[in-house]
Design a binder for this molecule. Structure first.
Ligand code: ZN
Ligand code: FE
Length: 256
């Protein structure tokens, strides 16, 4: 089976849209549906025909084009059964720990609640790619709006356990601001310092910093590193639990 083809494009003010395409069947899914016009422009550019929307979470900047696209293209909308009432146009309900078969490409469905309750990540193990919505960002993580800090930490811990080479797509281009914050809690991390420089260069050229990989985040993203002794020392939390260190980092970012 041919690998999924993936096309990412910016939309709204700082969101990313992503199309995934199975070349054998022609099936094409939009990961979330932030904005209709850029999604249609991406379809025109690729020549792909939209057949599905895979929803990560209910927020408007991820679902507001669900119904217009469904009306126009008759797409099948996939989302979390546990949050079905908040996902416009949902047709297929998937469950944490279950799978969703997209044209023969099997996604593991992982509950990654915290940003919202009922947020899910789609992990295509054979394709080595995860669509993490607003759970994990490059050098960041989603703000904890609905869930608890402990829940968000448990969600990130699930993503930490994926293979390091897993390519991660996320919902927003927040990386440059995330890098500035990350350096305040992990200033002596040489990999982070180097990455911050690379990010500045990419953004100066107008290029995306997404996707990332699990491995890169494990090395440089403080939200994935609450077990790191240097971060713990800086926070004065040498003996705290990972969940508590994570929560302190998240609170600091909220008021950064
Ligand atoms: Zn969101
Ligand atoms: Fe979002």
């Amino acid at each position: 089976m041919a690998k999924l083809e993936i096309h990412q494009f910016p939309c709204l003010s700082d969101n990313y849209g992503v199309l995934i395409h199975d070349p054998d069947s022609g099936a094409t899914a939009s990961i979330d549906a932030p904005e209709q016009a850029p999604i249609e422009a991406a379809l025109a550019e690729t020549g792909w025909q939209l057949s599905h929307i895979l929803v990560t979470h209910h927020h408007a900047d991820h679902t507001q084009a669900n119904l217009p696209l469904k009306q126009k293209y008759g797409v099948t909308i996939v989302g979390n059964r546990a949050d079905a009432s908040r996902i416009p146009g949902i047709d297929i309900e998937v469950d944490d720990g279950g799978t969703y078969d997209f044209a023969g490409h099997v996604a593991q469905v992982m509950d990654t609640s915290g940003h919202t309750v009922g947020h899910i990540t789609y992990y295509f193990a054979d394709d080595g790619v995860a669509f993490a919505g607003d759970t994990l960002f490059a050098l960041g993580c989603g703000r904890v709006f609905e869930g608890t800090m402990a829940q968000m930490w448990a969600s990130l811990a699930k993503l930490k356990a994926l293979p390091a080479e897993t390519v991660v797509y996320c919902g927003h281009e927040y990386t440059q601001a995330n890098a500035k914050f990350s350096l305040t809690v992990d200033p002596d991390n040489a990999a982070l310092v180097a990455r911050a420089g690379e990010i500045d260069a990419l953004r100066a050229r107008g290029e995306p910093t997404v996707p990332t990989t699990i491995g890169r985040e494990l090395e440089t993203n403080p939200f994935m590193r609450p077990d790191d002794p240097a971060i713990r020392a800086l926070l004065g939390m040498a003996d705290a639990s990972d969940a508590d260190v994570f929560a302190e980092i998240r609170r600091r970012k909220d008021s950064f």
